[in-house]
Design a protein around this ligand. Structure first.
Ligand code: G1P
Length: 295
């Protein structure tokens, strides 16, 4: 499967209840992380991996997402008039980024259901699913390795990361065995959000998947699972357990990942990303040191 033909699917139809009231009228994917909405980082990650076709699965109140990736002629001409080329480039960067499409999820019935809504757009190609709660540092690219493994093995590939035992119940968790490729494992079983006692390992699925179109056939008959929702994890478990299939593989990520799904992680992500920025980092670092002494 050539990289250029691969599409990305970004499910963004969640209600964002953890960030109320900020998300009452605005989708959580539009929450700013430093100076860009979270979803823009994800689209940039896709583009950096050679993907230029992105489908966003939207829900209620999601017009802000399509507006963000649209051209804003009034704003652009104002910036041209003012000669503010830097801001103009920033505004154009989000509208010229990729070919972005939208589909509504309708009723939010879970991640598996959201992914199934991509079927018509994705057609017969392989595609990447990218969740907006997880931001991957652009200095530690993950998706290209996943795409390569998918092409090599003709199998679904998920990103895995070791997480502390007390956080394991927040994730899909994989039972794995090693392969000949360093950092790549074969998944022998997957379970959605197990308790720490029931978790088969400390390897959690982080929000990146590279899937073949065959996942749609599985999702079509996947019954509601954890939380009464149609789970992508359950569909992948079926593929992992199918003796006639190509299995499911995991790329174990050891780079920098920022979780923006919960308030405390979101705040930490902003600080970490701002510290790494040349325009903000030096001043922020000095201030943080002084501030830490007052705690
Ligand atoms: C989803 C998936 C879960 C995965 C997680 C990664 O859960 O269902 O398997 O580990 O994303 O962020 P959510 O965080 O949407 O509840």
């Amino acid at each position: 499967m050539s990289q250029s033909r691969m599409k990305a699917v970004i499910p963004a139809a969640g209600l964002g209840t953890r960030f109320l009231p900020a998300t009452k009228a605005m989708p959580k994917e539009m929450l700013p992380v430093v100076d860009k909405p979270a979803i823009q980082y994800v689209v940039e990650e896709a583009v950096n991996a050679g993907i230029d076709d992105v489908l966003v699965i939207i829900g209620r109140n999601k017009n802000a997402i399509s507006d963000h990736f649209d051209a804003v002629p009034e704003l652009e001409s104002k910036l041209v008039e003012k000669g503010d080329d830097k801001k103009l480039q920033q505004v154009l960067a989000s509208s010229d980024l990729a070919d972005i499409h939208f589909v509504r999820q309708g009723e939010p019935k879970g991640l598996g259901h959201a992914v199934l809504r991509a079927k018509a757009h994705v057609g017969e190609s392989s595609f990447a699913v990218m969740l907006g709660d997880d931001l991957i540092d652009e200095r530690d690219p993950l998706l290209p390795q996943m795409i390569e493994q998918h092409a090599k093995r003709g199998a679904a590939v998920v990103a895995l990361m070791e997480v502390p035992r007390e956080h394991i119940h927040l994730y899909g968790v994989a039972a794995v065995e090693e392969t000949d490729d360093e950092g790549v494992v074969r998944i022998t079983g997957m379970v959605e959000k197990p308790s720490a006692e029931d978790a088969p390992s400390n390897l959690a699925v982080i929000g990146r998947y590279v899937l073949g179109p065959d996942i749609f056939d599985v999702l079509e008959h996947t019954e509601p699972g954890k939380g009464g929702e149609i789970q992508l994890t359950d569909a992948l478990q079926e593929q992992a357990a199918d003796p006639n299939g190509n299995g499911v593989f995991g790329v174990v990520f050891r780079g920098r990942r920022y979780d923006t799904g919960a308030k405390i992680d979101y705040i930490q992500a902003i600080v970490q990303l701002a510290v790494a920025r040349p325009d903000l980092g030096p001043e922020l670092r000095d201030w943080l040191k002084d501030f830490a002494e007052t705690l």
